[in-house]
Design a protein around this ligand. Structure first.
Ligand code: ATP
Ligand code: MG
Length: 774
């Protein structure tokens, strides 16, 4: 058995061996939070706690698997098997499978991914004959998502005049109706979207005390990694489950809270001490990941944030090289510089591709980088792009399987009813959808009893529909005696999916066929792995696994070392020896959409902190002077974050074109005797956030009628009045003076609970509240 206590410093050890009761580990990046959480679980088990009684929630399923493996190394693999570990979504999806019937869901409910949800919203918007430019399905979905994560049900929505007013102001007065329809249609289809997995869990635990008691009893120890990024819905679930035993251990770093835009609430970590009695606080401050230069540079940036807990991050690691900064003329050149640099480093230092990561603010930046890596034949992998399971041919195949498991899954049915083509047109499908809605049944049920309904279909169409439903029923019968792989293979053969793809004849067509075959291989593999672990190997479970898979889950089999490309958001918790952070330009990073309030800008700064602290040995920061954005070439200014790093940690590289147009990058001072870093940012950076065409494209800007106030902390800054924080005393035009008790949401959805002397506590939507901070 590994002596894990030996691999911990004193503060880490104290947190690992701490006995019962609520505890919080607040610690800087790379200080061993995840390690402590892992060893704490192993330690609990060593002390005789049954693995069955431990629940651990992580940011990705991959992180959970790695932790489980490590715990297995200490306590034995079979012991670690019963641990409940995973993301909030995967753990609670599992609970909802067995308990969802309380809420009227079948145990085989489908999980709608974002694409399914957007498609459903598109149909609803179309059926309601609404303007799809005003009701952009993706935006409508993100609004619905923010309702759900704040536990605002349809009923609560209609009871909140401010929400209704906000949607009216945003030119979307029918939002409530759409929300209502969307919830009903998902329910009728036996489907939950990602947010439902949390919302319904909350509903389950609130409405059914016996269910709550059962899981409270079971999860005697609860541990949560990356607690700073939990949203309100997740927070409530944890609090409910931990209420009985109060053995709750949360781990996080307020400086790495980067998901406010998706409803994460940094207050969850800041208020932990208020939520539980006798909280033990542990601080870890020694960073084991990065060189001293990187740690110090990251500190010098994050200290510009006003909202943060007091902690010092330091390291005993060697000084390391300075952070290299590279300015290029174009994004193409930026890509080439990085490819060359990776290549050189690999050659000179005998490194592997997997020692490198390229991190960016937005997915769109990956294209230029990928082109450059491909040209130099550097093996790489893009995370977070279109994942394998989102490719059309894969989604089509999976839709058949989903429909088999859950015949009411309407999005799946719509995908395959005319694929491969069998002459059932869009008009017919629309007709079926409207009729099914009218009769309050699913399209599948409607088709099954087609003769009982007068749908005014011609006999040709009717025959085709009968043909389709008969085929599906045939599949259902076959599925009873076949395993997941055999069913999938049978369906692919019978539906002639492959033959349809073969007709295409193009290289893309061939690769689509390979993908479908790969999917079948994947199912086979899944069965073997599950069997080995003695876990559920059913098709239903496979589909759930797939619905909640992140990109990281797909590289299980790929052993080739590759350079990782991903957004900074995705890189949370990870580490790489060499990290390139690209596109350090104003309006890109920090993002143009996050410059309106101090809190948004602070979140961007935390994001930069996360990026920098991923690096172990060396970090590179790059920026281009021009870049294509939204199809137009725009001039870029260097990011303020470059200026914020203490310059003693930086070293500037410059570029020289050689005769053969091959770009050469050298480390020289083109500014002669004046150290470059002295003049690089001499000129005050002109920061007009709404500069140029780019700003017009931005959605969800605060409405123009917002009253501006001067932020007392920074007299020159004109900030919108939604920069209020808990504790502010404010004046409301109607209610008078009040104290801010809590603030939630952000942007146009930001709300605050305020105690007014005149009317008591009120919850107000800040964009309409007309508040001034006194
Ligand atoms: P993040 O904030 O990025 O999530 P973290 O605080 O979770 O980071 P870990 O990922 O647990 O930090 O640890 C960072 C690195 O330091 C890992 O490679 C880990 O193995 C190593 N490490 C942590 N503690 C120790 C220690 N006591 N001795 C040696 N290495 C350590
Ligand atoms: Mg971690």
């Amino acid at each position: 058995m590994i002596n894990y206590l030996k691999n911990l410093n004193e503060s880490q050890k104290a947190a690992v061996v701490h006995k019962e009761g609520p505890m919080i580990i607040i610690a800087g990046a790379g200080s061993g939070k995840t390690r402590v959480l892992t060893y704490r679980i192993a330690h609990l088990m060593n002390q005789g706690v049954d693995s069955f009684n431990i629940l651990s929630l992580t940011f990705t399923n991959k992180a959970a698997r790695e932790m489980k493996d490590r715990i297995g190394d200490v306590v034995g693999t079979s012991e670690a098997k019963n641990l409940w570990m995973g993301t909030f979504h995967s753990v609670f999806a599992r609970i909802l499978r067995s308990e969802g019937s309380h809420l009227g869901y079948p145990s085989n409910f489908t999980i709608y991914d974002t694409q399914d949800a957007v498609r459903l919203l598109s149909s609803i918007i179309k059926e309601k004959q609404l303007d799809k430019d005003k009701y952009k399905p993706k935006q409508v979905l993100s609004r619905i998502s923010s309702f759900k994560n704040s536990l605002i049900t349809v009923k609560a929505y209609y009871n909140d005049p401010e929400l209704i007013e906000a949607d009216k102001m945003a030119q979307r007065p029918k939002m409530g109706e759409i929300y209502h329809q969307y919830v009903e249609r998902c329910f009728k289809a036996g489907a939950m979207d990602f947010d439902d997995l949390l919302l319904r869990t909350n509903e389950l635990l609130t409405r059914f005390p016996e269910v709550l008691a059962k899981y409270q009893d079971r999860f005697k120890y609860i541990l949560v990694d990356e607690y700073q990024d939990t949203n309100h819905s997740q927070y409530l679930i944890v609090r409910a489950l931990a209420d009985r035993f109060q053995n709750i251990c949360v781990v996080g770093d307020d400086s790495q809270s980067i998901y406010a835009f998706r409803g994460a609430n940094i207050q969850n970590i800041l208020n932990f001490q208020r939520d539980y009695d006798k909280v033990q606080i542990f601080k870890l401050e020694q960073n084991y990941r990065s060189s001293n230069n990187i740690v110090q540079a990251a500190n010098s940036v994050i200290e510009k944030n006003k909202t943060k807990l007091d902690k010092e991050v330091w390291t005993e690691n060697s000084e390391g090289p300075k952070i290299k900064v590279m300015r290029t003329y174009t994004e193409g050149e930026e890509g080439r510089f990085i490819a060359d640099s990776i290549f050189d480093n690999m050659m000179n230092l005998q490194l592997k591709n997997s020692d490198f990561a390229i991190l960016y603010r937005t997915n769109a930046q990956s294209r230029a980088l990928e082109d450059a890596l491909r040209k130099k034949d550097i093996k790489h992998r893009i995370y977070g792009g279109l994942s394998f399971y989102q490719r059309k041919e894969i989604k089509d195949t999976l839709a058949y399987l989903r429909l088999l498991i859950n015949p009411n899954d309407e999005e799946a049915l719509k995908r395959v009813i005319n694929y491969p083509m069998r002459g059932i047109g869009v008009a017919t499908v629309d007709k079926l959808s409207v009729a099914a809605n009218h009769y309050k049944i699913s399209i599948f049920e409607l088709l099954r009893d087609l003769n009982n309904y007068d749908l005014n279909l011609n006999s040709g169409t009717k025959n085709k529909l009968v043909g389709f439903i008969t085929m599906m029923q045939h599949f259902q019968i076959e599925a009873q005696s076949k395993n997941a792989f055999e069913v999938a293979e049978f369906v692919v053969k019978q539906t002639r999916l492959i033959r349809d793809l073969e007709k295409d004849g193009t290289p893309e067509g061939v690769s689509r066929i390979e993908n479908v075959q790969e999917l079948l291989n994947g199912i086979k593999d899944f069965i073997e792995v599950q069997k080995e672990k003695d876990e559920d190997d059913s098709l239903a479970f496979f589909l759930e696994d797939v619905a909640l898979a992140t990109d990281f889950d797909n590289d299980k089999k790929d052993e080739t070392p590759r350079v990782s490309l991903m957004t900074i958001h995705l890189a949370k918790g990870l580490e790489f020896p060499y990290v390139y952070i690209v596109g350090l330009e104003e309006n890109l990073f920090p993002s143009a959409m996050s410059m309106n309030t101090r809190s948004e800008l602070e979140e961007e700064r935390r994001l930069f902190y996360v990026a920098l602290t991923r690096a172990e040995k060396q970090a590179y920061l790059t920026y281009a002077q021009t870049r294509y954005r939204w199809g137009k070439l725009v001039d870029c200014e260097p990011s303020r974050f470059l200026e914020e790093i203490d310059e003693k940690f930086l070293e500037y590289l410059t570029v020289k074109e050689s005769k053969h147009t091959q770009t050469k990058f050298i480390n020289e001072d083109i500014f002669g005797s004046v150290p470059q870093n002295k003049i690089r940012f001499k000129k005050p950076i002109q920061r007009s956030p709404a500069k140029s065409k780019t700003a017009q494209k931005i959605e969800f800007q605060p409405p123009k009628n917002l009253k501006k106030v001067t932020n007392p902390a920074s007299p020159k800054a004109n900030l919108f009045d939604n920069n209020i924080v808990v504790g502010n005393i404010v004046n409301h035009t109607k209610f008078g003076k009040g104290e801010v008790l809590s603030v939630e949401g952000n942007g146009a959805n930001q709300k605050a609970e305020i105690r007014f002397a005149s009317v008591g506590v009120k919850k107000l939507l800040l964009q309409f509240a007309r508040l001034t901070i006194i």
